[in-house]
Design a protein around this ligand. Structure first.
Ligand code: SF4
Length: 330
């Protein structure tokens, strides 16, 4: 069917296809968490206080839009401290860094500002506490992720063993099964982690668990919000980056929780309207490093092709806020 636009006089001036109705379910909460907001503010405040450029070791958070926005304001992203010239401040990313990094910065006489999320720092403190008590520590997480590198780097080599899967938990051989504790990466799948923990508790009943879950509130809330809409979705889109752990987990959670299909996109233009042929209910969420502006840009793109019926499904209201380092007080 088409809608014909008629000129007030004369012939038809155009003919455009009528927009099909697309039902959109927005998961809430979604997007930025308190740790990401704090990390971005730290870089912005550092630029305001010390002038550009301010160096940032590693992507401050795993999102190119955020990184490019900060680059435009005067941030320079580097992978290692030897790329930071003397006299310029350097910010450490929200994922946390091994203990050797601030020591190296001090040796190089670099002013360093730590944007590690306080919930990642909590895991670092927990691991140290276990170590001081003489416990062997298991870290449940993903090899190579900067948060895992940072957490393992809080303690001497060999103090922490990484477990990624149930299979690894089944064959892990502790030095002393009675002196064992575990901590986890903050951005894991709640369900996968629970299965790994169940194996550890079965094999080592006295294993010491975190006082409060290490998987952070933002990761849990975003996964719960996806679970609440997944079954109703023909397709669920996660705005995020492939190197963002929590965004990758959202795609997995969506697929496991009943979404017919789940995909990740980094930017709105990656969404091809042809992908939406046959889709009547589209779910949308965003990982903890993805700004809300990306969600709104996706909706704006969709409006060019569809008449949208948008429903936001909220599971919990978030009120978490973290203070900035005092060093950045004006
Ligand atoms: Fe902190 Fe969680 Fe956000 Fe990571 S996802 S920065 S741990 S609040």
């Amino acid at each position: 069917m088409t809608i014909r636009l008629m000129a007030s006089k004369g012939p038809d001036i155009s003919e455009i296809p009528e927009k099909r109705t697309l039902s959109v379910l927005l998961a809430a909460p979604r997007g930025f968490c308190a740790g990401v907001e704090r990390a971005i503010q730290i870089v912005e405040r550092a630029i305001a206080k010390y002038g550009a450029p301010v160096y940032v070791r590693h992507e401050i958070v795993h999102n190119r839009v955020v990184v490019e926005g900060l680059e435009a304001k005067g941030a320079i992203f580097v992978e290692e401290l030897d790329a930071v010239p003397t006299g310029r401040p350097v910010v450490f990313s929200a994922h946390g860094v091994p203990k050797s990094v601030p020591i190296d910065a001090a040796t190089r006489k670099l002013l360093h500002i730590d944007a590690t999320c306080p919930l990642v720092s909590k895991v670092h403190v927990e691991a140290e506490r276990h170590f001081t008590r003489g416990l062997e520590i298991i870290l449940i997480g993903h090899a190579g992720h900067p948060e895992v590198i940072g957490t393992m780097g809080q303690l001497p080599k060999g103090a922490i063993s990484l477990i990624e899967t149930i299979e690894e938990a089944e064959i892990f051989k502790p030095r002393d099964p009675a002196k064992l504790a575990y901590v986890t990466q903050t951005t894991l799948s709640i369900d996968d982690t629970a299965e790994i923990v169940a194996v550890l508790k079965r094999r080592f009943p006295s294993v010491v668990a975190p006082r409060k879950d290490d998987i952070c509130y933002a990761t849990s809330n975003r996964q719960d919000a996806v679970k609440a809409i997944a079954e109703r979705c023909d397709l669920l889109i996660v705005l995020g980056a492939p190197n963002s752990s929590n965004a990758c987990r959202l795609v997995e959670v969506a697929a496991r929780s009943g979404a017919k299909r789940a995909v990740m996109i980094q930017r709105p233009h990656e969404l091809d309207p042809k992908q939406l042929d046959g889709i009547s209910k589209l779910g949308i969420t965003a990982g903890a490093s993805a700004p809300e502006s990306l969600v709104q840009d996706v909706l704006a793109r969709l409006r060019k092709f569809f008449s949208l019926e948008i429903e936001e499904i909220g599971t919990i209201e978030e009120t978490v806020h973290f203070k900035l380092p005092r060093l950045l007080d004006a």
